[in-house]
Write a protein that binds this ligand. Structure first.
Ligand SMILES: Nc1ncnc2c1ncn2[C@@H]1O[C@H](COP(=O)(O)OP(=O)(O)O)[C@@H](O)[C@H]1O
Ligand SMILES: Nc1ccn([C@@H]2O[C@H](COP(=O)(O)OP(=O)(O)O)[C@@H](O)[C@H]2O)c(=O)n1
Length: 209
């Protein structure tokens, strides 16, 4: 088995496709550190909603800003995808993500541009997708469970709007890297999606390719 030093797993995909769930589980399985990079953009979005200028907010971000569960609202998700279209905001967040990826012991990063821009040399790249209606159903259930008032229609609209903005922006648009492996979770149970990801990572670790 090859060393896990500097071993990076990049997991990208659209909103609520299951990439965070898979990332957390594989990080636990392999003992890797995990960074949900969406939290960086959500934290900037939250500050913008408080009246702070986006680039200044991105440059001033500290790890403690990522701790809050309050970042998981649809309002902040929308604002996150707006600030994420600003090249200077993205540029301000690159070093933090790359340092995280390089840590000893291995790292999993999930987001939109990890395999394409942040870690183009990642040893494993996964692109997680699912049907938009299924994604919205899952996200609606999650938000309702957390006591956040919303409707399925609003969640579906949020998913569509963010997908379009994230895929359509000029800087680091959401797309699969040429060497990414796609996992479609539409009809998969969480355990099966995680098992598929674990198997792909095992194979890369064992061959060292
Ligand atoms: N394969 C799956 N089957 C059913 N529910 C899932 C599956 N994967 C994720 N979920 C649920 O869908 C919601 C969104 O998943 P999450 O991992 O947060 O997506 P993302 O990180 O891509 O936004 C969560 O409530 C999660 O528990
Ligand atoms: N690497 C990343 C991660 C998130 N984002 C942006 O941040 C928003 C929120 O990301 P997220 O991963 O928390 O969203 P969900 O997939 O959890 O709904 C996305 O809609 C993107 O606009 C990005 O541009 N690049």
């Amino acid at each position: 088995m090859s060393t896990t030093r500097g071993f990076t797993v990049a997991i990208d995909g659209p909103a609520a496709s299951g990439k965070g769930t898979i990332s957390k589980a594989v990080a636990e399985h392999f003992g890797f550190a995990h960074l949900d990079t969406g939290l960086l953009y959500r934290a900037v979005g939250a500050k913008v909603l408080l009246g702070i200028e986006p680039v200044a907010a991105a440059r001033a971000l500290v790890p403690e800003d990522l701790d809050s569960d309050a970042l998981r609202t649809p309002e902040i998700a929308q604002e996150a995808s707006k600030v994420a279209a600003l090249p200077e905001v993205r540029a301000a967040l690159v070093d933090f993500q790359r340092s995280f990826a390089a840590r000893a012991g291995g790292a999993v990063l999930d987001g939109r541009d990890i395999g394409t821009v942040i870690c183009p040399a990642a040893q494993v790249k996964l692109f997680v997708i699912a049907d938009a209606v299924v994604r919205a159903r899952r996200r609606f259930a999650e938000l309702t469970e957390k006591g956040i008032q919303t409707t399925f229609e609003d969640v579906l609209a949020d998913v569509h709007a963010r997908d379009e903005r994230d895929m359509g922006r000029v800087d680091a648009p959401l797309r699969a890297a040429d060497d990414a492996v796609e996992i479609d979770t539409t009809e998969m149970k969480i355990a099966d999606a995680v098992a598929a990801a674990v198997a792909l990572i095992e194979a890369k670790r064992d061959t060292g390719t």
